[in-house]
Design a protein around this ligand. Structure first.
Ligand code: PFF
Length: 448
């Protein structure tokens, strides 16, 4: 094991917050949250999701930041550095690496779909077309292996290109401009959605829980998604935390990122479902939901061409800032543990992930009939991470923080001003979070 070279650090606290928010806010918020909410019947699912973010996600976010910053090391060594050399907890880090590879492999494919929609927007393929034609656009992409692989390559190439430049050069600067831009555009779309006739139904669907529509598998999906959307349970936040110099205000940072992430997901959900209920679409249509609803709205907006282009570009960027955090987990590990140069590592790992992603890209065409455990490769990569390795990793990180690092870590992390919060935080990490995950995993996996 070679010792870490002197580590880079975020240049300001704001740069770090934006990068962490960049990792959290991504396809999970704008694409995945609305469609899994639709498939799981709406309000009750959203309620479980919100409780999970507050009661489970937030404490684990704080724990990951603390572990990363204290250790100043990659996801595997972080557990050794904060515990002891050779600690068995390092296996949680290994599992995190596996999750990162799996997630990025299908994430990049969906990133590719978004790029295809950037292209469609640019070439004005929504305005003036019938709803049926617009709904068919994604189908055309799905049935074309070459097209899927092309966009997947472009997305993965972009991710690698940013990561190989290191922490500060591209990332910090772009995050600062584009993340707020995405938020503003979403708010503008929300402004439009509020005047659609379907808005009332959309808000009822999202915010009035109907417990009868919730299944155990749905609860597991909500728990899993709270990890996915906050980038938890696999070391992205540990890795980003390891580039933090001083220990100020970890708790506040975690709170702001979680709040922003949740707000963006709920806003995207409101916009998408108001379109769904206005045009009589199927709320439970699955992963195609965002790609079929929003272009219908864009096609009817004055200036819809520009709005559509801006929207898909910003979603591309949100996806990229998340994808780089996934690749960064692996690259940081490889560079530190094996002493390899960053550029070469990013290229090799990027190629590896691209290769795995091919299986997901072909899951809607050539390999659509190949099922493992009843799922296509795409669904399997998504489900094993969201419903298994992320919650499991998160629960173990929580136990590590609560029991191994213990009261001292909890006190350090909340700081002297909020000393009273140390015990509740520690007990949440020790018992509440792991127990919630364990119950849900056992019940949900049976229905899986
Ligand atoms: N949080 C990202 C999203 O919601 O799109 C996905 C993600 C990024 C998951 C980074 C895990 C991760 F480490």
């Amino acid at each position: 094991m070679s010792p870490p070279a002197s580590r880079a650090h975020w240049s300001t606290r704001l740069a770090f917050i934006l990068a962490a928010a960049g990792s959290a806010v991504g396809l999970g918020n704008i694409w995945k949250f609305p469609y899994i909410t639709g498939m799981n019947g709406g309000g009750a699912f959203v309620a479980v999701y919100l409780v999970c973010i507050a009661a489970v996600g937030l404490p684990i976010f704080i724990a990951e930041l603390y572990i990363g910053q204290k250790a100043q090391a990659n996801v595997v060594r972080a557990f050794e550095a904060t515990h002891r050399p050779g600690s068995p907890w390092r296996f949680v880090g290994w599992m995190g690496l596996l999750s990162a590879i799996l997630i990025l492999s299908f994430y990049s494919v969906v990133g590719g779909w978004v790029l295809d929609f950037v292209y469609r927007s640019l070439t004005n393929q929504f305005a003036g077309h019938s709803d049926e034609e617009i709904k068919g656009v994604l189908g055309t992409l799905f049935s074309s292996p070459g097209r899927q692989l092309f966009w997947h390559a472009l997305f993965m190439g972009g991710t690698v290109a940013i990561v190989l430049q290191g922490l500060k050069e591209g990332l910090e600067r772009w995050n600062r401009i584009l993340m707020p831009a995405l938020f503003v555009l979403l708010l503008l779309l929300l402004g439009r959605a509020l005047f659609l006739p379907g808005i009332g139904k959309a808000l009822t669907f999202l915010f009035v829980p109907d417990a009868s529509r919730l299944t155990a598998a749905g609860v597991l999906e909500a728990v899993g998604h709270s990890f996915f959307t906050l980038s938890l349970g696999m070391g992205a936040i540990i890795t980003y935390g390891s580039y933090l110099g001083s220990r100020e205000a970890l708790t506040r940072t975690a709170l702001s990122v979680a709040a922003l992430d949740t707000l963006i997901a709920l806003t995207a959900g409101t916009v998408i479902f108001s379109v769904v209920f206005t045009y009589g679409l199927d709320a439970g249509s699955g992963p195609t939901l965002m790609f079929q609803t929003l272009p219908m709205l864009f096609a009817r907006l004055p200036g819809g061409y520009l709005v559509s282009l801006a929207f898909f570009l910003l979603v591309t960027f949100a996806a990229l800032t998340s994808a780089i955090s996934l690749l960064e987990v692996m690259v940081t590990y490889w560079v530190e543990q094996h002493g390899k140069p960053r550029k070469q590592t990013a290229l090799v790992l990027g190629a590896l992930v691209y290769g795995m992603g091919i299986l997901s890209a072909l899951s809607t065409n050539l390999l659509a009939h190949v099922k493992l455990l009843g799922h296509t490769f795409f669904d399997l990569a998504d489900k094993t991470t969201s419903s298994l390795t992320l919650p499991l990793g998160g629960a173990l990180i929580s136990i590590f923080f609560g029991w191994v690092l213990g009261p001292q870590a909890a006190e350090e992390v909340v700081g002297p001003r909020f000393k009273w919060a140390a015990r509740p935080l520690m007990w949440t990490a020790r018992v509440l979070a792991p127990l919630a995950v364990a119950v849900v995993l056992v019940r949900g996996l049976r229905e899986w």
